[in-house]
Design a protein around this ligand. Structure first.
Ligand code: NAD
Ligand code: TYD
Length: 339
């Protein structure tokens, strides 16, 4: 039997990294290629348990490097591409949008051209609910796949642009694609610049936790394992050309999230510090996942079980995040926050 070859881009990052491990373990009969540039957000130490597996390969490459990507695709003839590689942090996109345009838009176009060239069987583009812009605080309103794209940050604008390119390669060249748009993820190996891991690591170090504005903005949290299962399902069962929203109805205000972490770790609420609001801060995200549920997906975690699991993971894996919150991260933190 000829093994399927799956290219995962961004597999040294948070979600891509969890997805690589999920695929390597679930499909011993697939060859999983992890392609990553290893930017500040990528690290390979998370893959120590799988790096000697026979079905795991790592390729250090920049998705913008057209020549190298084209020749890699020509040599390896991948069956599937699951595309995570991106600049992913909204705050960084506010201070430096250029790299978001390059990686998220131009890099996606290179991968689309290479996928078209060799005729892959499926290209899954991992996108975000942030492309829909923001919702108001009416709890009955949700993002559906029909919600117009109205991105507000340079990050979400770059993701929306890449979504449109992916769609166009299906409409124009009949490339078999799916686009997934997931809500905020959390779980193991989440880079500590994002709200949940930032809060856990700082609370554990008894350091102040910055909450933007009044802390009432709402995000819809999904455990990363549930996201991985959703992408797996879409890869194998998704109808070509379709978009699938991914979310598990776990809406929480930022303040609720931070207080849950502080309380679980038995620390003082005095650690919470309200700071200046993010520019263009989206009020609320909330996903209607009906279409994906009809395909057969159901999340396993509630926010309560997922956050307990995640906090425990950060307690058990201090070595991983302690090596990250030094060096470049420190200077980022000092520039971003005033304490
Ligand atoms: P991340 O920042 O943790 O990881 C991104 C990875 O991409 C890193 O390993 C980085 O080294 C790699 N990368 C960056 N530029 C590259 C380049 N030019 N060439 C090759 N590799 C490059 O991101 P994440 O949180 O894991 O998000 C992964 C994807 O999921 C992104 O496309 C993001 O838009 C999307 N997404 C994220 C969330 C979330 O809550 N984090 C929610 C929905 C969708
Ligand atoms: P983040 O984890 O950056 O994800 P996203 O911007 O993609 O939703 O932020 C989640 C929410 O937490 C968002 O409303 C901004 C807020 N936030 C803070 O209040 N303080 C922080 O230090 C950070 C990083 C985020």
């Amino acid at each position: 039997m000829v093994k399927k070859k799956v290219l995962v881009t961004g597999g040294a990052g948070f979600i891509g990294g969890n997805y690589v491990q999920y695929m390597v373990n679930k499909y011993p009969d697939y060859d999983i290629y992890n392609l990553d540039l290893l930017t500040y957000a990528g690290d390979l130490t998370k893959h120590r348990d799988i790096e000697t597996n026979e079905n795991y390969y790592f390729v250090k490459e920049d998705i913008i490097d057209r020549e190298s990507i084209m020749s890699l695709f020509e040599n390896e003839k991948f069956d599937y591409v699951v595309h995570f590689a991106a600049e992913s942090h909204v705050d960084r996109s506010i201070t430096d949008p250029g790299i978001f345009v390059q990686t998220n838009i131009m890099g996606t176009q290179v991968l689309l051209d290479a996928s078209k060239q060799i005729g892959v069987s499926k290209f899954v583009h991992v996108s975000t609910d942030e492309v829909y812009g923001e919702l108001d605080f009416n709890p009955k309103t949700f993002f559906t796949e029909e919600t117009p794209l109205q991105p507000n940050s340079p990050y979400s604008a770059s993701k929306a642009s890449s979504d449109l390119l992916v769609r166009s390669y299906h409409e124009t060249y009949d490339l078999p694609i799916n686009i997934t748009r997931c809500s905020n993820n959390y779980g193991p190996y989440h880079f500590p610049e994002k709200l949940i891991p930032l809060t856990i690591s700082r609370v554990l170090n008894e350091e102040k936790v910055p909450v933007y504005g009044d802390g009432k903005n709402i995000r819809d949290w999904l455990h990363v394992n549930d996201h991985c299962a959703a992408i797996d399902l879409v890869l194998h069962e998704g109808v070509n050309g379709e978009v699938y929203n991914v979310g598990g109805h776990n809406e929480r205000t930022n303040l609720e999230v931070v207080k849950t972490i502080v309380n679980t770790l038995n620390k003082s609420a005095d650690l919470i510090e309200f700071v200046s609001d993010r520019l263009g801060h989206d009020k609320r995200y909330a996903i209607d996942p009906t279409k994906l549920e009809q395909l057969g997906w159901k999340p396993k975690y509630t926010f309560e079980t997922g956050i307990a699991h995640t906090i425990q993971w950060y307690l058990d894996n201090k070595n991983w995040w302690e090596q990250i919150i030094t060096g470049e991260y420190q200077s980022y933190f000092e520039k971003q926050y005033s304490f």
